[in-house]
Design a protein around this ligand. Structure first.
Ligand code: UGY
Ligand code: MN
Length: 248
């Protein structure tokens, strides 16, 4: 029998590993007939919010983005997404970026559909327009080699334009692939494992990670990863980008 006092989840000052076994549902006004797990938010010390929504029958998500832009990614299932006068059915691997001050309605959601969201308060950049709503599909996005290592591929889901202050990327590691260095950087990450397993080093602590787990890495949380097992390890992650590093 598994002892219920054990978990792989940890919440530390500058990083967290959240495994699904500790999820507790949140009620979010306007998000009906679903479970919502708020995995990362400012209560932790983060500057982003990451949630996972799982649809029950008749699930609808209705709201307005206000000061925070939201990126929705279909992990599993399908949904219709209506933003302004645009409405498309999204299936696994498809996504929509919703800028600030936009009304949205997700409907016709298959039971069991899982949506990942990343939210960030938008920072305007003088001389640049707020980005438009953007629908996309992971399978239409190229996956070039990362840092000269054939075992590593990166897909950049949002355009590399200064109007955007957040990036969302999908990182694929062949078995045995690893980050070529310990990253030490100002940018923050929120991350969901989509496939496979491996070992993440976060601030010199070592964590086994697998599909379904999430990670928060605060700015300057040192990070390194190696894939393990028999299939590629794939994760989708958020990163803040394109803004001045300091107010000083
Ligand atoms: O973009 C990144 O900083 C990425 N290489 N980090 C990570 O995968 N932990
Ligand atoms: Mn990084």
């Amino acid at each position: 029998m598994e002892i219920s006092a054990l978990t792989r989840s940890v919440v530390k000052r500058n990083h967290a590993v959240i495994a699904p076994d500790g999820y507790i549902n949140s009620n979010v006004p306007g998000w009906e007939n679903c479970t919502v797990n708020v995995i990362i938010n400012e209560q932790m010390g983060a500057n982003l919010c990451q949630t996972l929504i799982t649809a029950a029958p008749n699930c609808t998500l209705k709201g307005i983005t206000k000061a925070s832009q939201i990126f929705f990614y279909v992990v599993e299932g399908s949904t219709k997404a209506n933003i302004g006068n645009k409405g498309y059915t999204l299936t696994k691997g498809q996504f929509v970026y919703i800028p600030i001050e936009k009304e949205y309605l997700f409907e016709d959601m298959a039971v069991g559909t899982q949506l990942l969201t990343f939210h960030k308060v938008y920072e305007h950049l003088e001389g640049y327009d707020v980005p438009d709503t953007l629908f996309g599909d992971q399978k239409d996005i190229e996956g070039p080699i990362y840092m000269n290592d054939d075992a590593l591929r990166i897909q950049v889901l949002l355009p590399a334009e200064l109007g955007f202050d957040m990036a969302v990327n999908i990182f694929t590691y062949q078995t045995g692939g690893n980050l070529p260095m310990v990253e030490t950087h100002i940018m923050e990450h929120g991350l969901l494992y989509l496939q496979g397993q491996g070992i993440y080093m976060l601030d010199h602590e070592w964590y086994p990670i697998k599909k379904g787990d999430s990670i928060w890495m605060a700015p300057y949380c040192q990070q390194w990863f190696t894939a393990m097992g028999k299939e590629p390890a794939i994760y989708i992650y958020y990163k803040n980008v394109n803004r001045h590093p300091t107010t000083i």
